[in-house]
Design a protein around this ligand. Structure first.
Ligand code: MV4
Length: 500
């Protein structure tokens, strides 16, 4: 096993990785930019290397500086976390060249999966279901028209270099195709420096369900079940669950999607932890969407339900070890939910809300896991993703997990900045959420339904409405106030937070 590992990341995920490294008695090296001199991950690591100014391009994304820091500190391996360089094939190759182990798959696999049409080709060759569409990258608009005419509208134009919804356009009729193609392509050039476009049949109101896979360098690949990730805002997941409530109702889906995911990973020659994303339509057909060749933000819900430490497995695999269990030995127990806590203002268009954390009190108790990257007195910098922490809970049933999450949110106190904690309370108290009526349109419909739960006594609702009027300085044109009814004692107690 490695003696010393550098974590090429920041925030909660750097801390998450440091924790497992410490349990394994491996020395840790953090990296930090000018904006992160006093960040928690720097304080918790054994050693730390400054890698440049606040701008990510010149620090956390700077391959040369990260490799240089790794050399200076004498590490044998680099864990990239998620985001930043985690899916950068050039970085993985630079590690390989420098004789440092990249804790992830082979650079060639990252490159192959980075091309969305390349990924489709592998999935198709593996015999996994893919969305009807074309496999070739870089279509001409006329080829997209030909496909769309044959397959029927609506279709989805997508960037070959894409992901995250950038360079993606829904097209409902042939008359719109050319203009949409141009828009998608120029957006893809801006986002990825590559305007290549491909086309798929559009799946209406899909669920987003993904399978956690893990492979080792000896050719073993298993899956650890699914995560339901349908609750998203602008392609940003905010709540994730394991099991998917849909899969819990139809258990054969786990086996079928799991088998498909393992086939894809195997066909790619994949080792490391990875995620195969699927779209699921309203007839419960599933289709391969993309593969993420990294540890995911939402990995804790899988860890809570399977009991696996995915970071430990990544390290064992990267140092040449075999998977410690077979597929048959994987067990799923209970239900886990994760909320992504952001420094953003749900009352004001989710604008980022950086600033100084004045007071902080994190929840605890049975079944509660907080993966946090902040402390009281620290300034949340504006330079990076404003995710502060992930709050995850486990309980034996989904209903109990929801109750536990609401309890944990009630214990959470973050003051000095705005957070989206109150927004989670509203979602978790929503009837449709409780009934698991989920698809990727859930959040938009939920927001249109606000203001909130009408089960609250009329008196409270009217007091809350009056309070909301006072507190909201800005409103969305002439839509109703986005401030929901005060629905819990916590929200009443949380007025000081809203008022800041
Ligand atoms: C789709 C789709 C419907 N049909 N592809 C969005 C992000 C990108 N990675 C893939 N995405 C989608 N691809 C076809 N053929 C709908 C989406 C989509 C979506 C997917 C997953 C989670 C949230 C989403 C929100 C809007 C659209």
């Amino acid at each position: 096993m490695f003696r010393k590992v550098l974590i090429a990341n920041r925030g909660e995920i750097a801390l998450r990785i440091i924790r497992t490294l410490r349990e394994m008695q491996i020395q840790t090296v953090a990296v930090y930019s000018d904006a992160d001199r006093s960040a928690l991950h720097v304080r918790k690591a054994d050693e730390a290397a400054h890698v440049g100014p606040a701008a990510s391009r010149e620090s956390y994304l700077n391959i040369g500086r990260i490799i240089d820091a790794a050399r200076r500190h004498g590490v044998e391996a680099i864990h990239p976390g998620y985001g930043f360089l985690s899916e950068n094939a050039d970085f993985a190759a630079a590690c390989e060249q420098a004789g440092i182990v990249f804790i992830g798959p082979a650079s060639s696999v990252i490159r192959q999966m980075g091309s969305k049409t390349g990924a489709r080709q592998i999935a198709a060759a593996a015999g996994a279901p893919i969305v009807p569409g074309v496999h070739e990258g870089s279509l001409e608009p006329s080829q997209a028209r030909e496909f769309s005419r044959a397959a029927g509208y609506p279709v989805m134009l997508k960037a070959v270099a894409g992901g995250g919804g950038k360079g993606m356009r829904r097209v409902d009729r042939e008359a719109d195709l050319e203009a949409s193609f141009r828009d998608a392509s120029s957006e893809a050039v801006r986002a990825f420096g590559d305007g290549a476009i491909y086309v798929e049949k559009l799946i209406e109101r899909p669920r987003h369900i993904e399978i956690q896979v893990v492979g080792d360098t000896h050719g073993n690949v298993i899956h650890l079940g699914e995560r339901e990730c349908s609750i998203q805002r602008r392609h940003q997941k905010i709540i994730e669950e394991c099991p998917s409530p849909l899969v819990a109702m139809h258990p054969t889906m786990r086996t079928e999607m799991g088998d498909a995911a393992v086939k894809i990973a195997r066909a790619a020659g994949y080792y490391n932890a990875g995620t195969i994303e699927f779209l699921v339509d309203d007839s419960r057909n599933f289709y391969f969407l993309e593969m993420n060749t990294r540890l995911q933000v939402e990995h804790p819900v899988t860890e809570l339900v399977t009991g696996v430490d995915l970071v430990r497995w990544q390290l064992e695999i990267a140092s040449g070890g075999k998977l410690p269990v077979t597929q048959e030995q994987v067990e799923w127990r209970g239900s886990a939910i994760e909320c992504r806590v952001y420094a953003e203002d749900p009352e004001n268009h989710f604008f980022p809300s950086p600033g100084k954390i004045e007071r902080l009190s994190e929840p605890g108790g049975p079944g509660v896991r907080v993966d946090s990257g902040i402390y009281a007195g620290w300034h949340v910098p504006l330079d990076y993703d404003p995710m502060l922490a992930k709050l995850a809970v486990w309980s034996s049933t989904r209903a109990e997990a929801i109750a536990r999450m609401r309890r944990a949110i009630g214990e959470y106190r973050i003051s000095g900045i705005r957070t989206n904690l109150s927004f989670f309370e509203r979602i978790l108290s929503d009837r449709e959420f409780a009934d698991a009526v989920l698809d990727t349109g859930f959040l938009e419909r939920f927001m249109a339904r606000l203001p909130g739960p009408s089960e609250a006594p009329d008196q409270i609702v009217s007091v809350a409405a009056a309070l909301a009027e006072k507190l909201t300085s800005r409103r969305v044109n002439d839509r109703p106030s986005e401030v929901a009814a005060v629905s819990s004692s916590w929200q009443l107690a949380g007025r000081d937070q809203i008022q800041r």
